[in-house]
Design a binder for this molecule. Structure first.
Ligand SMILES: O=C(CO)[C@H](O)[C@H](O)COP(=O)(O)O
Length: 220
């Protein structure tokens, strides 16, 4: 599967949000990772569909929206209208994960399921045939700048094996603490979509994305 770098705009300059998002295209990003937080599912608040809609005109890059909100199924139509290309929802955030993923697909977006560090792969086994991507959190969600949890790689390896055994096609994304070292560990385990916030936005964005891509090309 193609390796993709997905900068998390949680670490962008909120005072120059449009400029930072626009810049990601020329800086070599493959996706824009957009962290939506509601102050309930996680202890932080960010932005909603209105901001996504405003950013849509800034770039043609794929909008990978990560919903850290309770009952995300309530917002599917709003984000589809705002121009989201995919919506990732937590299995821990809804009683209706299968129906919520179907709703996302019916709204014309790619559907992705997310598991927190404390949640086993077992919890999402029944929806794997339905999803375009699985997001394995490599930190507890809510804040950027946390340390990568290496034990999560067992889950990435387990998902890679299930995908082969069941002949499924979902991508595997990792999110949290991804830098020029941990990206290699995640790739070796089987991930192909790498979310990086602080590593990308701390310093020169082009150089940081280039560094991550170089590390992906290195032989392990
Ligand atoms: O989902 C997130 C937090 O909940 C962020 O996308 C993630 O933490 C990225 O930030 P960093 O690369 O700084 O760890």
């Amino acid at each position: 599967m193609k390796n993709k770098i997905a900068p998390s705009i949680l670490s962008a300059d909120f005072g120059n949000f449009a400029r930072d998002v626009k810049h990601l295209e020329t800086a070599g990003a493959d996706l824009v990772h957009i962290d939506v937080m509601d102050g309930h599912f996680v202890d932080n608040l960010t932005f909603g569909a209105g901001v996504v809609s405003a950013l849509r005109s800034q770039t043609s890059l794929f909008f990978d929206v990560h919903m850290m909100v309770e009952n995300p199924e309530k917002y599917v139509d709003d984000f589809a209208k705002a121009g989201a290309d995919s919506m990732s929802i937590h299995v821990e955030a809804t009683n209706h994960i299968h129906g919520a993923l179907q709703k996302i697909k019916n709204a014309g977006m790619k559907a992705s399921v997310v598991i927190n560090p404390g949640t086993p792969v077992e919890a999402i086994k029944t929806v794997l045939p339905l999803v375009d991507m699985v997001l394995v959190m490599t930190v507890n969600p809510g804040f950027g700048g946390q340390k990568f949890i290496p034990e999560m790689m067992d889950k990435v390896r387990e998902l890679t094996q299930i995908r082969t055994d069941k002949k499924l096609n979902f991508e595997i994304e990792v999110d949290g603490g991804i830098d020029d070292q941990t990206i290699k560990v995640a790739k070796a385990a089987g991930a192909n979509v790498f979310v990086a916030g602080s590593f990308v936005f701390n310093g020169e964005v082009e150089k940081n994305i280039e560094k991550l891509k170089e590390e992906l090309m290195e032989k392990l």
